[in-house]
Ligand binder design. Structure first.
Ligand SMILES: [Zn+2]
Length: 173
């Protein structure tokens, strides 16, 4: 009995994952391209349609040809019919430039009733969609996050935000 228990102890492993990201104290510390992309996301916030949550999100996708496609959240009285800013932007970018890799996405937000002082983080579904395009293009998709004020955090690729991601390789190993 003791031997069996002992074997289990040898089989089980407790592992951990480290994720890496960079924090910038302000947008002034960003490089020109990242600062511009964030600015485009901030502009997109202004035309979000978020009458139910009052939480307006903007996203801007930088493509390999240096085009920028923006999106914002689109809400609906039938709540699940709405869509996040990130997916509005990513799907629009893919619709207009079907074979163009995406280099970066900047995401920011503004709330009706309070100031968002820390970076906003994309939901799980949007991370999965980012992973799809990153995997399709075989090129890292940088993610730049900021609230209305304060610091900026930057992830160099989607796997930092979504470990153990499900990809098409698992459908066709
Ligand atoms: Zn989302």
């Amino acid at each position: 009995m003791y031997a069996l228990f002992h074997d289990y102890q040898n089989i089980m492993k407790q592992l951990s994952i480290n994720i890496h990201y960079t924090e910038y104290a302000s947008t002034d510390e960003l490089n020109e391209a990242d600062r511009l992309l964030l600015l485009k996301a901030e502009e997109a916030v202004q035309s979000a349609y978020a009458p139910y949550s009052g939480f307006m999100v903007g996203a801007a996708v930088l493509l390999d040809n240096n085009s920028i496609v923006t999106g914002n959240n689109q809400e609906n009285a039938a709540y699940p019919s709405g869509l996040c800013a990130e997916r509005v932007a990513l799907y629009a970018a893919s619709a207009h430039y079907p074979d163009m890799p995406f280099k970066a996405i900047a995401i920011t937000a503004k709330a009706k009733t309070f100031t968002i002082a820390s970076p906003v983080s994309p939901c799980g579904a949007c991370r999965q969609v980012m992973a799809e395009y990153e995997n399709r293009a075989k090129t890292p998709l940088k993610i730049i996050l900021r609230g209305e004020t304060g610091s900026v955090i930057v992830f160099e690729n989607v796997s930092q935000l979504l470990p153990f991601v499900f990809t098409s390789e698992q459908l066709n190993p």
